[in-house]
Design a protein around this ligand. Structure first.
Ligand SMILES: [Zn+2]
Length: 397
């Protein structure tokens, strides 16, 4: 089900981006009519009601906008011939009768800093469209007669009292580094002396320095000294800081001294059942706008979780080739795991095993400044690539 849709997405994708400070900042249409998905990004939350309109044989979908005051237009695909942004309106001209099967409003979350309005369209019969359009005439008139809402700030704090609002954009991407173990929990023991908790902390501090020197990142560590921190607290910290990326640093141990190399983990399918359970237990609430019906909240929550999973995998795939440039990696190394620190429902996260402390070469590498530097520089390159890709996606889709 997913794969054919992705193929379609790659083949037919039309979108455009507008100036900063605009209300609607981007419109994208993908799909082939079964379904076709429209995504509109905006600086502020729009009421986001969609109406079917039929005038002079032209079928359209009209979305009244509260605050937009400029014009733009572009082509669509999969039943959407074209779209126009106009003061007060976002419109889609259809080349076949379609209905809005699903309409979602997503607040900013994770690495996505804007509001999104998502409409999934299905092809329907002409009679069905006409019937819906005649019903929508009065509803649209009523919606457009309503006074424009005042610009609403992002009311995330109210929607999720357990977590403070995400930091304002412009202060850099928030990266949280989690040095594994600490305090009474030493982690793995190195074959040449030394323990995992020391190596992970050194690597984390070095990575922090590297990232901060870049200027594009806000970096936080879940611990900066040799202290014990509970797993759930590490995740809660990352969420409270508005983490856009969470990287847990570890070093592995194996029965055989021959096993060597770095490996990267993201959440496993089996670990995923725990995501919901732990989210409930720790009150890791995905921010959904106030007043959203329960039914829709469930759909939004699933979307956020899916996106988080995709982004985690994306980062892992960027990280591996960089690690390969810096040292040995385990074969088939992007494995899925159920590690507790990967359980945040809305923070892309990976767990990186820097190498095996039971392997002499790995242990030496990770305990040398040069070896650790090679590893942290590799992570930094992957972080750069990850956020560059996200920024391009935001700017140019
Ligand atoms: Zn560990």
């Amino acid at each position: 089900m997913l794969k054919p849709f992705l193929a379609v997405l790659l083949t037919f994708c039309f979108s455009a981006v507008f100036g900063a400070g605009a209300d609607i900042t981007q419109v994208r249409v993908v799909g082939d009519g079964a379904p076709t998905r429209i995504t509109a990004w905006s600086d502020v939350a729009e009421p986001g009601e969609a109406f079917l309109v039929e005038t002079d044989g032209v079928r359209r979908i009209v979305i009244p906008l509260g605050l937009n005051a400029y014009s733009a237009e572009g082509f669509g695909t999969g039943g959407v011939e074209s779209w126009q942004v106009r003061p007060g309106r976002l419109e889609f001209v259809l080349d076949r009768p379609m209905q809005v099967a699903r309409l979602l409003r997503l607040p900013p979350t994770g690495a996505e800093r804007q509001h999104r309005l998502i409409l999934d369209l299905d092809t329907v019969s002409e009679a069905r469209f006409s019937q819906a359009a005649s019903r929508d005439v009065r509803r649209l008139a009523a919606a457009e007669a309503r006074p424009a809402p005042a610009a609403r700030p992002v009311q995330q704090a109210a929607a999720r009292p357990a977590t403070p609002a995400r930091p304002a954009s412009g202060r850099g991407h928030v990266v949280v580094i989690d040095p594994g173990h600490g305090g009474r929990d030493p982690g793995a023991l190195a074959i040449n002396g030394g323990v995992e908790k020391e190596i992970t902390l050194k690597a984390a501090l070095e990575l922090k320095r590297l990232l901060e020197a870049d200027g594009r990142y806000q970096v936080r560590l879940t611990r900066e000294t040799d202290v014990y921190v509970d797993h759930e607290d590490r995740v809660t910290m990352a969420r409270n800081w508005g983490a856009e990326l969470f990287i847990s640093l570890h070093a592995d141990a194996a029965g055989s001294p021959n096993v060597a190399g770095a490996s990267v983990y993201t959440i496993s399918a089996r670990g995923e059942g725990r995501v919901d359970r732990e989210a409930r237990r720790n009150n890791w609430v995905i921010p959904i706008e106030d007043g959203t019906p329960d039914r829709v909240t469930g759909i939004l929550t699933d979307l956020v979780k899916r996106e988080t999973r995709t982004r985690s995998a994306e980062f892992a795939e960027l990280l591996l080739p960089e690690l390969e440039r810096a040292g040995p990696v385990l074969r088939n190394t992007h494995r899925n795991a159920g590690f507790y620190v990967l359980l945040a429902p809305d923070v892309p996260a990976v767990l990186l095993e820097l190498g095996f402390l039971t392997n002499a070469a790995d242990a030496r590498r990770l305990q040398s400044d040069a070896g650790r530097r090679a590893a942290t520089e590799a992570i930094k390159r992957a972080i750069d690539a990850y956020f560059e890709r996200q920024d391009v996606r935001l700017a140019a889709q």
